[in-house]
Design a protein around this ligand. Structure first.
Ligand code: SAH
Ligand code: SF4
Ligand code: F3S
Length: 440
C-alpha cells in the first residue's frame, strides 16, 4: 500500500472560507489526501485566500514566498491558490509566483480533483468560472467522520448589494440560495455526526430565498424554523446579515424560536447618512437604530455585533463623530472595525482618500469605545446564569471551554463535562476575552 498523500490547507478571511476549506479537504480526501498541520510534510499546499482588504490579499504572496524552498526541495509538491484572491487575480497570481500549479475560484471547488489531475501533468490549472452546475451537490462528505459540536453550513453565497468599498460581489458573484431540502439534509447529516450548533452562513445570509419543497421560495426565518425541528440540534445562528434584509418574520423568530441564539451580527459600517449614501448601503443611521429597537423588543437580551469602516473617502471629523454616536446608542457586545482599504475595481477606489494618519487616529478612538462597551456588557454577566455548549479542553489542566448563547467564550475547571454537553453555568468572573464560571 502506498502512503496517503498529505494536504495542508491554510485558511484566511471569513467563516465561509472555513466552511469551503472543509469541503475542499473532503473533496481531496476522495483523491487519497489526508490533512496535515504542517506545510513541511505536505504533498499539496492549498491557500484559501481573502481579498477584502489590501493587507489580506498581500499576505498570500508573502506566504507563497515562504514555500519557494519547499518546492525546490520537492518538485512534486503541488501548490494551489483558492478563494477570493484566486477569483480576483486569476492568472496574475501565476505571473507573480510561477511556482503556483493551480488557481481555483470559490465557485469551482467541485472541479478541484480534475484541476489537480491537470496540474499533475505539468499543465497550469486555472478555473475562475461561475459555472451553472451546483458545486454543493458535488461537495458531499465521505466518509462521514465525527464532527466538533459547532459547525458552519453555507446556505447562501454571493452578494447583489455592491457597497462601494466591497469586493465580495465580484469575488463571490451574484446571490445564490441553496434549496431548502439540501440545507435540511446537510444539517441532519451534521447532527448525526455529533453537531449540536449550526451557524448558517451567507455573505448576505438574511437575503436567503431558497426554493422550498413545494416549489415556492422560503425566507431565512422559515428555514430556521424548519431546522429547529431537527432533534439533537440545539442551537442555530446565522451570519452575516444586511440591515435591509431583516424582515418581520426574522425579527419575530428572535422572539419565538428557542433554538435561535440571542446574538446577531448586523454590520452598519458608519453612522453618517452622507457616508452611508456614498457607501451605497441603502439604509440610514436612523433606519438601523429603529431596526435594533424592533429586534430588542422581540428579544430584550439580544447581543449585537457590528462591522465598521473608518476613513471612507470624504469622511470628515463630523461624519466620524456620527459613527461614535451610533455606537453609543446601540451598545455592541462585540465588533470588528477596519480602516478603509482601497480595492481595485470598486467605485470608492477612485475617490479622494482620507489621509492614513487620520484613519489610524479614528480607528483608535472607535476601538477604544467599542472595547469599553464590550467589556462593560461582559462584566455585567457576572452573577448571571448562561447556557454553555462545551467544545473542547482549555489550556490548563481540567479546564473546558465552550460558548454561551451570547457567544462569549466560557471556561470552567474541574467539572464533569465533555465536548457536546450543553449545561447551565453560573458566571463568576469576567476576563479580557472570556468568562469564567461554575457548572450548576
Ligand atoms: N457581507 C458582510 C460583510 C462582508 S466583509 C456585510 O455585508 O456586512 C466583512 C467586513 O469587512 C465588512 O462588513 C466591512 O466592514 C469590511 N470591509 C469590506 N470591504 C472593506 C474595505 N474595502 N476596507 C475596509 N474594510 C472593508
Ligand atoms: Fe460587501 Fe456585505 Fe456590502 Fe455585499 S452587503 S457588498 S458583502 S459589505
Ligand atoms: Fe474575504 Fe472572500 Fe470572505 S474576500 S471576507 S474570503 S468572501
Amino acid at each position: 500500500m502506498t502512503a496517503p498523500k498529505k494536504l495542508f490547507i491554510k485558511t484566511y478571511g471569513c467563516q465561509m472560507n472555513v466552511y469551503d476549506s472543509e469541503r475542499m479537504a473532503e473533496a481531496l480526501g476522495g483523491e487519497g489526501y489526508v490533512p496535515t498541520d504542517s506545510p513541511d510534510d505536505a504533498d499539496m499546499i492549498l491557500l484559501n485566500t481573502c481579498h477584502i482588504r489590501e493587507k489580506a490579499a498581500e499576505k498570500v504572496y508573502s506566504e507563497l514566498g515562504r514555500y519557494k524552498g519547499l518546492k525546490a526541495e520537492k518538485p512534486d509538491l503541488k501548490i494551489g491558490v483558492a478563494g477570493c484572491v484566486a477569483q480576483a487575480e486569476g492568472e496574475e497570481i501565476v505571473r507573480r509566483q510561477p511556482m503556483v500549479d493551480l488557481v481555483v475560484g470559490p465557485q469551482s471547488y467541485h472541479r478541484l480533483p480534475d484541476l489537480l489531475a491537470k496540474a499533475k501533468t505539468g499543465a497550469r490549472a486555472l478555473d475562475t468560472d461561475f459555472p451553472e452546475e451546483d458545486k454543493f451537490e458535488h461537495l458531499t462528505a465521505r466518509p462521514k467522520a465525527r464532527r466538533a459540536p459547532a459547525a458552519f453550513l453555507t446556505v447562501q453565497e454571493g452578494c447583489d448589494k455592491f457597497c462601494a468599498f466591497c469586493v465580495v460581489p465580484y469575488t463571490r458573484g451574484a446571490e445564490v440560495s441553496r434549496p431548502v431540502d439540501r440545507v435540511v439534509s446537510e444539517a441532519r447529516d451534521l447532527v448525526e455526526r455529533g453537531v449540536r450548533e449550526i451557524t448558517l452562513l451567507g455573505q448576505n445570509v438574511n437575503a436567503y430565498h431558497g426554493v422550498g419543497p413545494e416549489g415556492a421560495d422560503w425566507g431565512l426565518a422559515r428555514l430556521i424554523r424548519e431546522l429547529a425541528k431537527i432533534d439533537g440540534l440545539e442551537r442555530i445562528r446565522f451570519t452575516t446579515s444586511h440591515p435591509n434584509d431583516m424582515d418581520d418574520d426574522l425579527i419575530a423568530a428572535h422572539g419565538d424560536c428557542d433554538k435561535l441564539m440571542p446574538y446577531l451580527h448586523l454590520p452598519v459600517q458608519a453612522g453618517s447618512d452622507k457616508i452611508l449614501k456614498r457607501m451605497n448601503r441603502q439604509h440610514t443611521a436612523e433606519s438601523y437604530l429603529k431596526l435594533i429597537e424592533r429586534l430588542r423588543a422581540a428579544r430584550p437580551d439580544l447581543h449585537l455585533s457590528g462591522d465598521f469602516i473608518v476613513g471612507f473617502p470624504e469622511e470628515t471629523e463630523a461624519d466620524f463623530q456620527a459613527t461614535l454616536d451610533l455606537v453609543e446608542a446601540v451598545e455592541y457586545g462585540s465588533a470588528f472595525s477596519f480602516k478603509y482599504s482601497t480595492r481595485p475595481g470598486t467605485p470608492a477606489a477612485e475617490r479622494a482618500q482620507v489621509p492614513e494618519d487620520e484613519k489610524t487616529e479614528r480607528l483608535q478612538r472607535l476601538q477604544s469605545l467599542l472595547t469599553r462597551q464590550q467589556r462593560a456588557l461582559q462584566d455585567a454577566m457576572v452573577g448571571r446564569d448562561v447556557s454553555v455548549l462545551f467544545e473542547k479542553p482549555g489550556r490548563t489542566d481540567g479546564q473546558m471551554v465552550g460558548k454561551s448563547e451570547y457567544l462569549h467564550a466560557v471556561h470552567v475547571t474541574g467539572a464533569d463535562v465533555a465536548p457536546g454537553d450543553l449545561r447551565r453555568v453560573r458566571v463568576l468572573e469576567s476576563g479580557p476575552n472570556s468568562l469564567m464560571g461554575t457548572v450548576l
